[in-house]
Design a protein around this ligand. Structure first.
Ligand SMILES: Nc1ncnc2c1ncn2[C@@H]1O[C@H](COP(=O)(O)OP(=O)(O)OP(=O)(O)O)[C@@H](O)[C@H]1O
Length: 875
């Protein structure tokens, strides 16, 4: 009761009409008041509700009181206390009363209820979000601290209705027990009213006291709770602080760690780069070291190679020397044996002679006896012979007489016939007959002159043909180059790639594209080079000898017309030079065939020809007669031991500047046409050339064929004999087959002389590449010298064309000196014309690509030298 009345305003008499509160506080077991909140009276609850939604604030602090506790009985709404008036049986105007009738539902929009709801909502929200809870706490704390103010505020909110019922002014009911409305004289009534008011107030005071107690309990609970919460809040704040400082520390640690990590990473990367650089340097060092070692090893290997080669050469030389010594010994032995045999033979001959002498002596008497007989017989034979001779003379004179008689008889017959015809003539029409005779003799004369005219035409035509042929050859150039690639042989593979782009065109077969082997550039890129070459004619690997020869026909035919022609077969060893020259349908046999046919054709035009052949070899700048005796060849010292006793032949080359003729001394020459009359002479194979009647066929081309075959065999045999030292002699020397054709035409008194040189040149491999040493090196040097001289001569002929006094270096090699009058152009002094065909032979193998390329380069140099010249000289 010490409270100010304002505080009492908080206690409403209509609190019992409020909706039944739901306890949001936990049961406060053991509380000082000894009651649970559920046990608090409705006024308590009302007071709490009016206290600003403290339950709402507390709600989130304890989750267990969020909901209404189930199972608890709903408190019966408190029946409002009846007023004194009611008790006095006076009706009370309910519209004036602020106490709602029992069962009336409270207005949900009331501010206190709203506050409670807001608190409840806040509580439910606070449950969901701790921060909200903390805010609520803090709010609660604040409210706690301003409790008095808050209470006053809350007390004002529901203060609108006056708890004391005041009757309306226009009320006519004087009996209505409303204070201040009773009549002043109604003391009793007023007393009653006072009493009832007093009772009401007492009740209200009692309930207010209850509420106050409950409020105080709640307050203490709140306070404890607030303290707890404050503590909690403090704890949370400190833990939050700790946590944030931890977080900060962790962040700082993280930052430091990140920085450290970054630094470590950078260091690590730097280390890696350093290690990589070091590694590269080491690698380069190791590479260069390795390279040096490889070079060292290579040098050692080369040295070893050289040493082995030298040793091999020495062993070879030793072996050769031993062999030569042995051969020399054998030869000496042989000579000694021969000497002995001769001695023996001489002794035997002496013995025989002695025997004969003895027999002679013994039979001398017998001989003297028979001598007279022999003498007689001889005189008989002599007389018979004389008789025979006189008989023969008689027979001959008789035969002569007979023949003269026959001739006389024939002439007499003719005379007689003439006389008879004369008699007839005289008998007949003398004039007509004499006319007829004249006509006939005219006709005869005409026929004779027509024949002469036809012969003249034929000769003129022949001359024209020769001129035309000369012009054609002139136009084509006096030096022509053909290229031929041989096919792959059995067991050969990996050919080099060559294209023949114009092979299908009409004037084709002049170009070839050679693909170089694929190489790698310094940057490791593949390099495929190709080179195009153009020549007078290009033959692929499928071309047979006959096709090549067909393109040489006109050139070879010009030999018949008096030209000097050289066909030079050039190329590396094994490229097919010999096959193309001497093989089946090769240039040598086919040329002879063609020349024989030509000679036959020209015979009908009054030309008669003779053909002579020689075969010569140029080996180490020395001439050897391939048709002679190989033992007479001028070999080097070692071989001389085995040809002891044979006189060495020396062959000199002579040129006649006026006739343009070249002669070689001591050179064997074989007549291929006309066949010799004497069968006993060379060639011995001639005996085999017989016809069906088994008689020699000396007058047929068979002789020539046989002679050529024999000639080639002799040359091959001689080369084999000479090849005791150099096993590949055939490819290490130049061989020249010389055919000289002499022709004459009696009718026109024309003469011609042409020479055909068919040259099989030595292998053109390079000295550097072949790595030859000793005698092979000498051979190779000689080959290179002669081949380069050949190139120089042709180049000089080309560059000095037209200059009659030009110097051509023919004398630089035996080969060029020998071919001087047959290497393209016209000899200034003699006017003799010559033509050259260079036949380049190529190997199809990729492994021989370099050699093929140098052959093509040489051929291109020659092909560029087209020399103008005159026509063949005729005497
Ligand atoms: N056109 C070809 N058709 C078939 N075989 C060929 C042809 N050309 C060459 N040959 C063969 O190739 C081989 C070498 O040829 P050949 O002896 O003619 O070469 P080469 O150049 O004369 O050699 P060397 O210089 O050593 O004498 C031979 O067996 C030959 O039969």
């Amino acid at each position: 009761m010490d409270r100010p009345p304002s505080q009492l305003e908080n206690v409403r008499p209509g609190a019992s009409a409020l909706p039944k509160p739901t306890s949001r506080l936990p049961a406060m077991a053991g509380s000082t008041t000894g009651r649970t909140l559920l046990e608090t009276s409705s006024s308590d609850l009302n007071a709490r509700t009016a206290g600003g939604g403290g339950g709402g604030v507390m709600g989130p602090l304890n989750g267990s009181i969020k909901h209404k506790i189930p199972g608890l009985p709903e408190p019966t709404p408190k029946v409002p206390r009846r007023t004194l008036a009611e008790r006095a049986g006076e009706p009370i105007n309910p519209s004036r009363s602020h106490i709602p009738p029992p069962g009336t539902r409270p207005n949900p929009n009331r501010s206190d209820s709203t506050t409670a709801q807001v608190g409840s909502r806040g509580a439910s929200n606070g449950l969901r979000h701790p921060s909200t809870a903390s805010t609520a706490n803090s709010t609660s704390t604040t409210r706690g601290s301003n409790r008095t103010t808050g209470a006053a505020r809350h007390a004002r909110i529901p203060s609108a209705p006056n708890p004391v019922p005041i009757p309306a002014e226009d009320e006519e009911e004087p009996e209505v027990g409303v204070m201040g409305k009773r009549k002043a004289w109604d003391t009793k009534g007023r007393l009653e009213d006072m009493e009832s008011l007093y009772a009401t107030l007492r009740t209200q005071f009692a309930s207010a006291a209850d509420s106050k107690t409950a409020l105080e309990e709640s307050l203490s609970l709140y306070k404890a709770r607030v303290q707890e919460l404050t503590q909690l809040n403090r704890d949370l704040a400190s833990s939050s602080k700790t946590a944030s400082s931890d977080l900060e520390r962790v962040r700082a640690d993280l930052h430091t760690t990140t920085t450290d990590l970054r630094n470590v990473k950078r260091d690590h990367e730097r280390d890696i780069q350093e290690v990589e650089r070091k590694h590269e340097r080491e690698l380069a060092d190791v590479g260069s070291k390795l390279e040096k070692e490889v070079q060292l090893l290579q040098r050692e290997r080369e040295k070893d190679d050289d040493r082995f080669k030298k040793e091999l050469e020495e062993a070879k030389a030793k072996w050769q020397k031993a062999k030569d010594d042995e051969t020399a010994d054998l030869t000496t032995q042989h000579w000694e044996e021969m000497e002995e045999a001769q001695q023996r033979h001489r002794q035997e001959a002496d013995a025989l002679r002695k025997e004969v002498a003895e027999l002679k002596n013994a039979g001398e008497s017998r001989a003297t006896e028979s001598a007279s007989e022999v003498q007689e017989l001889r005189s008989d034979i002599e007389s018979v012979r004389n008789q025979l001779e006189s008989a023969n003379t008689k027979i001959t004179s008789l035969r002569a007489r007979i023949s003269s008689e026959e001739t006389r008889n024939a002439s007499l017959e003719q005379e007689k016939a003439a006389l008879v015809s004369k008699a007839h003539f005289l008998e007949g029409n003398q004039e007509a007959q004499s006319l007829e005779y004249t006509t006939m003799s005219d006709k005869l004369q005409d026929a004779l002159s027509a024949r002469d005219g036809t012969l003249d035409t034929l000769r003129r035509e022949e001359m024209l043909r020769r001129k035309l042929n000369a012009t054609i050859l002139e136009l084509r150039g006096n030096i022509r180059v053909f290229v031929r690639t041989r096919p792959l042989l059995a067991g050969e593979d990996a050919p080099s790639r060559v294209d023949y782009p114009d092979k299908d065109s009409l004037d084709g077969g002049k170009e070839m594209v050679v693909h170089a082997p694929t190489t790698l550039s310094a940057t490791g890129k593949e390099r495929n080079e190709k080179h195009t070459y153009a020549f007078d004619r290009v033959f692929g690997p499928g071309s047979p000898n006959q096709h090549v020869f067909d393109d040489c026909r006109d050139l070879i035919q010009s030999v018949v017309d008096g030209y000097n022609v050289s066909i030079l077969s050039y190329g590396q060893t094994g490229s097919g030079k010999t096959f193309g020259m001497s093989g089946p349908d090769g240039i040598i046999p086919s040329s002879i065939e063609l020349l024989l046919a030509e000679m036959q054709r020209l015979r009908e035009k009054g030309w008669e020809y003779s053909v002579e052949a020689s075969f010569v070899e140029v080996y180490n700048e020395t001439l050897n007669d391939l048709l002679g005796d190989a033992k007479t060849w001028d070999q080097d010292e070692d071989l001389n031991a085995s040809v002891r006793g044979k006189k060495k032949e020396r062959h000199e080359i002579h040129h006649d500047p006026t006739t343009g003729k070249t002669t070689v001394t001591n050179l064997s020459s074989v007549t291929l046409w006309p066949p010799p009359k004497d069968e006993g002479h060379w060639p011995p194979a001639l005996a085999a050339a017989t016809n069906n009647n088994n008689s020699p066929t000396t007058d047929s081309p068979t002789y020539t064929h046989k002679a050529v075959t024999h000639l080639l065999e002799t040359a091959a045999k001689n080369r084999r004999v000479a090849a005791t030292k150099s096993n590949e002699r055939s490819s290490r020397s130049h061989s020249i087959f010389l055919l000289t054709l002499k022709g004459s035409c009696a009718a026109t008194n024309e003469h011609s002389e042409g020479v055909l040189n068919l040259v099989d040149l030595a292998g053109s491999e390079r000295l550097k590449q072949s790595g030859a040493e000793g005698s092979r090196a000498k051979e190779t040097a000689a080959i290179n010298k002669s081949l380069s001289s050949l190139g120089d001569v042709i180049a000089a002929l080309a560059s000095k064309k037209g200059e009659s006094e030009a110097h051509i270096p023919y004398r630089n090699s035996k080969l060029t000196y020998l071919l001087q009058s047959s290497l393209g152009g016209t000899a200034p002094a003699s006017g003799k014309s010559s033509r050259t065909l260079m036949l380049l032979h190529l190997s199809p193998l990729l492994a021989h690509w370099q050699e093929s390329r140098s052959s093509l380069v040489f051929g291109s140099k020659v092909a560029g030298a087209h020399i103008a010249g005159g026509v063949g000289k005729k005497k």
